[in-house]
Design a binder for this molecule. Structure first.
Ligand code: GDP
Length: 322
């Protein structure tokens, strides 16, 4: 039986990955900051099916002892820390957790068992204000936030450990990935939750920032499958994981409201505080390498994703208000 150690198990990606690996017969260890809190918030599909262990991203000795105890075959680092809408608050903490902690984990792998396979959830934030319209593994990196810079440092160290020590370590450069489990701070969930509330008469308006902002939005369940596939290959390699499609916030709204039989233009209001500095180049990923190397393709496309999120919010709000 394979054992997977997953940091950030309580988050969106951690829960989808754990569900996937349970289906595949893995033993799942969730390495989390607060065991009690994570236990209480686990989706029903994971309750009593995963083991949780306390883990600090800042203490290397603790990582070593957890790895010694559980002897994982695979380690997925899905824990990340961001702070503030522009991710400029607490740059030291962001650097610690998203950058240096990855090195702590790589060192722990070297100390406990060099055969543990390691997958890092990296981010399209490493490209920052990109120079190219379609971003691949070869696109020039240019992070514009402490978060992007920390993720880039982690990617660099993963490559260095792979080359220098022969570790099976790789980075999945993930573009935006959403789901009904996305937190309300992200625009996708804010829209689907807001639209469902309007449909049920619980709200009259939805306040948003720039409707013309574009993103490459995929489904989180597809993206964790790509991460698993990366660790099943004979050689470790980094891959961009994206849909290759760009859609605007406006298109997302239009689809969400139409799915509910409503016209979004009647319900939107402007929220000046939600505007960000203009982005010059749309963020779109080119996942051709993932397709060639892993045989990976997204199964859920834009419209299905929006509909799935709207339906889940509608259901959840109906249950809550009954
Ligand atoms: P991220 O910025 O890609 O990590 O994801 P978000 O979901 O926070 O934002 C995606 C895009 O939606 C950005 O370009 C925002 O400027 C835009 N956006 C427009 N209105 C809103 C809003 O009300 N909230 C958020 N979070 N983003 C908004």
């Amino acid at each position: 039986m394979k054992t997977a150690l997953i940091t950030g198990l309580g988050g969106q990606d951690g829960s989808y990955l754990a569900e996937l690996l349970l289906e595949k017969g893995y033993r799942i260890i969730g390495a989390v900051r607060d065991v009690r809190r994570t236990e209480d918030s686990l989706p029903i599909t994971l309750k009593n099916k995963v083991e949780l262990v306390a883990w600090s991203m800042l203490i290397q000795e603790e990582m070593v002892s957890v790895m010694r105890h559980y002897q994982p075959t695979e380690l997925y680092n899905l824990a990340a820390y961001s702070s503030g809408a522009g991710m400029y608050d607490d740059p030291v903490g962001i650097g610690e957790v998203n950058g240096l902690s990855v090195v702590r984990m790589l060192e722990a792998v070297r100390e406990v068992n060099i055969g543990i396979r390691f997958c890092q959830a990296s981010s399209r934030e490493v490209f920052g204000e990109s120079f190219e319209g379609l971003q691949t593994e070869c696109t020039r990196v240019n992070p514009r936030s402490p978060y992007g810079a920390a993720k880039l440092y982690a990617d660099s160290m993963i490559r260095i450990y792979r080359q220098h020590y022969g570790l099976f370590a790789c980075s999945a450069i993930l573009f935006n990935h959403e789901s009904p489990r996305r937190s309300l701070g992200f625009v996708t969930r804010k829209i689907t939750h807001g639209a469902a509330k309007i449909k049920l008469g619980l709200s009259q308006e939805l306040y948003l920032g720039n409707l013309n902002a574009c993103r490459d939005w995929g489904f989180a369940g597809d993206y964790v499958r790509a991460m698993w596939l990366m660790l099943q290959q004979s050689q470790p390699t980094d891959c961009v994981i994206a849909t290759g499609e760009s859609h605007s916030v406006r298109e997302f709204c239009a689809r969400a409201f139409t799915h509910l039989g409503l016209d979004y233009r009647q319900f939107l209001a402007d929220e000046p505080a939600a505007y960000r500095p203009a982005e010059s180049v749309p963020l779109v990923g080119d996942a051709r390498k993932a397709k060639e190397v892993l045989g990976w393709e997204p199964q859920i496309r834009f419209c299905q994703l929006v509909d799935m999120m709207v339906d889940a919010d509608l259901q959840m709000l109906k249950e809550k208000n009954n």
